[in-house]
Design a protein around this ligand. Structure first.
Ligand code: SF4
Length: 337
């Protein structure tokens, strides 16, 4: 099937990405869907009105765009799903089983990885290196392995499994592909600090970042984040009343874990209550009177957004440190199975 790469993609505001529009149109036509939902993360949302118009013209189906925030494949708009015949979820790979009428359409970056990986090879110390990336670059990992080989480095990809769909792929909440490898060093290809921090904390190994967007190479330092997390646990020690946050999002909902943490906190004399939310935002916690919270939702809530909250927000392993169930030295990054 032909791919609607640069031409259709750029006309619709997807320049810089590959989006398989032909596949989407074909699937809509074959399904006979009359009402189609369209969901995209914030970075792609601007392109959705044009894409909706394009789909309507090509298929005759009516399109409705999900206006709520979308943080990942864990975050399918379930209400819209029930309203439509077929839902297109852009930018993420399917995590686990979900509603049958959702099609996950990956949006892949066009950037070539060779130059940036060759640059990274100059600062890598090991000769066997674990190679990791996010879904946007995973289709170009063969370029990365080739570039490393030119410099005498063997790049290894951890096998997919669980909620990770592609070899070498990492999610903000799952580093199983990195942990599966017996290597001394990792290369992360992508943008931002959160994923490489997760790899470094999940494996305890050195992580070099190659950013294909800027061409920059850097090395992750976990100390500032660990200092912040130690501070959050220390502040939460003073708290008596804890909210345990449970997400409504299908791929973030960990009700059993929340119930276990509630019982654990109560057994240590804390007042604990469960709070069920869709989007976890500071305002939602204001009137509950909690002095601290434990987020069982996406690990980014506690680790990335902590500064937005007036009260300390801990991850489940951090709450266990607070209660003396595990040692600080055994700090564990919160991952979702
Ligand atoms: S839980 Fe968080 S890190 Fe995991 S897929 Fe969802 S948004 Fe991404």
């Amino acid at each position: 099937m032909a791919r609607a790469h640069s031409t259709a993609g750029s006309n619709l505001g997807f320049s810089g990405y590959d989006l398989d529009l032909d596949k989407a149109i074909d699937l809509i036509q074959k399904s006979g869907a009359r009402l189609v939902g369209l969901q995209a993360p914030e970075g792609l949302k601007r392109a959705t009105p044009d894409l909706a118009r394009h789909i309507e013209e090509k298929t005759g189906a009516r399109v409705i765009i999900s206006g709520d925030p979308c943080f990942g494949a864990c975050d399918v708009d379930m209400q819209l799903c029930q309203e439509v015949d077929l839902m297109l979820h852009l930018g993420h790979a399917r995590l686990t089983e979900g509603p049958d009428n959702v099609i996950f359409l990956e949006v892949r970056m066009k950037e070539d990885l060779r130059d940036v990986v060759e640059k990274a090879a100059m600062v890598l110390k090991a000769r066997r290196v674990g190679v990791t990336t996010t879904i946007q670059h995973v289709h170009k990992l063969d370029q990365a392995l080739e570039a490393l080989k030119k410099h005498g480095i063997q790049g290894l990809l951890g096998q997919a499994g669980g909620r990770v769909r592609q070899a070498g792929q990492v999610l903000g909440c799952s580093y199983s592909t990195a942990r599966a490898l017996d290597v001394e060093e990792y290369l992360f290809i992508g943008t931002g600090q959160f994923h490489p921090l997760g790899i470094a904390l999940a494996t305890g190994k050195r992580v070099v970042i190659a950013d294909p967007a800027t061409g920059e190479i850097s090395e992750i330092d976990t100390d500032p984040m660990l200092r912040r997390r130690f501070g959050a646990i220390t502040r939460a020690r003073e708290a008596k009343r804890f909210a345990i946050l449970v997400s409504k999002k299908p791929g973030q909902k960990r009700m059993e874990l929340a119930a276990r943490l509630k019982a654990l906190g109560e057994s240590r004399g804390r007042e604990m209550f469960l709070v069920y939310l869709d989007n976890i935002e500071p305002d939602r916690l204001l009137n509950l009177g909690a002095e601290a919270a434990v987020s069982t939702a996406c690990p980014r809530v506690a680790l990335d957004d902590a500064a937005k909250y007036r009260i300390p927000i801990l991850t489940p392993p951090e709450f266990e440190v607070l209660l003396g169930e595990r040692e600080w030295e055994e700090y564990e990054f919160d991952e979702i199975e």
